[in-house]
Design a protein around this ligand. Structure first.
Ligand SMILES: Cc1cc2nc3c(=O)[nH]c(=O)nc-3n(C[C@H](O)[C@H](O)[C@H](O)COP(=O)(O)OP(=O)(O)OC[C@H]3O[C@@H](n4cnc5c(N)ncnc54)[C@H](O)[C@@H]3O)c2cc1C
Length: 300
């Protein structure tokens, strides 16, 4: 299919991109990697009259690690995130997540900003940025504002980003010692998108108890969410296999799970529990202490 006709703009600065966005309003769309927008335009699901290509805005690129915060430009590609030594050091689970997105071609072009604003309910990053307590910088006519990941994903492909706002940066606190994280997904065999995906982060205190637990889940509902029931069940707990299994059972608690041709709501909710248990177990093991069935052993 061929997209409807559009005017193409290629600004070189964030402010020039914003001016274009303001000038053309609802008729305009930002073009990042084009991996979601162009297929939608070809299917004529969206028909923007103006495309604002931000591929040449240098300030939106780059990955920095400074004062304990990882700062990722919205135009960083999945491949750059997957292979960045800074991401691997400060938030290895984000690199792990990027590595399971689509194929190499998609990862070479697709960007983290594009994926987050697109907010596909079966996309991978949303689970991980929720579990990592990420914050997003949105720049609009009124200036810049920061939105925590927990307040960003509002519904089916709906986010807190306004149509006149540009996502410029993703900030993630670097993992402190004794923190472990994991992202696991059950890929849809046809598309590779997450039928269900679970990101878990566990922080342990000196005695091996959970002082920090975050679980982000994608693929189950119309928007990615924090599994607060799982987090509450593990607060202050010893992360034994039994405790993790008990907590994981709350993975889809209070959530309206989606049913479609790919999977029933029951199956998705079941997968959320299974993957939550596995991701929590891996996160705990990576945090540095392996605890099984009441016995505990420190890992080197
Ligand atoms: C074959 C294939 C397989 C895929 N598999 C997976 C997968 O397994 N897992 C997964 O998570 N994703 C998958 N994707 C989607 C992929 O990750 C896309 O890269 C991503 O969804 C969109 O990023 P993009 O940079 O291409 O954005 P674009 O397609 O350019 O834009 C997407 C939307 O975001 C808006 N936008 C883009 N950047 C900004 C910004 N900085 N500020 C404001 N708005 C912005 C655009 O206007 C548009 O509405 C797949 C895609 C394809 C084609």
């Amino acid at each position: 299919m061929i997209p409807a006709a559009f005017a193409y703009h290629r600004p070189r600065t964030v402010h020039a991109a914003l001016r274009l966005l303001l000038a053309h309003g609802h008729d305009a769309r930002i073009l990042a990697g084009g991996q979601s927008l162009l297929p939608m335009m070809k299917l004529r699901v969206v028909t923007p009259a103006h495309l604002i290509d931000i591929g040449r805005v240098a300030s939106l690129r780059g990955i920095r690690l400074s004062q304990g915060v990882l700062r990722i430009g919205a135009m960083a590609t999945h491949r750059e995130i997957e292979s960045s030594p800074r991401v691997r050091r400060a938030a290895p689970v984000l690199a792990e997540t990027a590595a399971v997105i689509g194929d190499l071609q998609v990862r070479n072009l697709g960007t983290i900003g594009g994926a987050l604003v697109h907010a596909d309910p079966v996309a991978d990053y949303p689970a991980t940025v929720l579990a990592l307590d990420a914050e997003f910088t949105l720049l609009g006519p009124a200036g810049a504002r920061t939105v925590p990941a927990a307040e960003f994903f509002l519904g089916l492909m709906t986010t807190a980003a306004g149509p006149d706002e540009l996502m410029t940066e993703i900030a993630i606190p670097a993992a402190p010692p004794r923190f472990g994280a994991a992202y696991l997904k059950m890929p849809n065999p046809a598309s590779g998108f997450a039928l269900t995906g679970v990101a878990a982060v566990i922080g342990l205190d000196q005695s091996g108890r959970c002082v920090h637990v975050r679980v982000g889940i994608t693929g189950v509902a119309s928007a990615a969410y924090r599994a607060s029931g799982v987090e509450a069940a593990l607060a202050g707990a010893e992360p034994t296999d039994e405790a993790l299994a008990h907590a994981a059972a709350f993975a889809a608690d209070g959530v309206l799970a989606n049913s479609d041709i790919h999977a029933s709501a029951e199956y998705r909710a079941h997968l959320a529990g299974v993957l939550a248990r596995r991701a929590l177990t891996l996160a705990r093991d990576r945090a540095g202490t392996v605890r099984r069935r009441g016995r505990s052993a420190s890992r080197a």
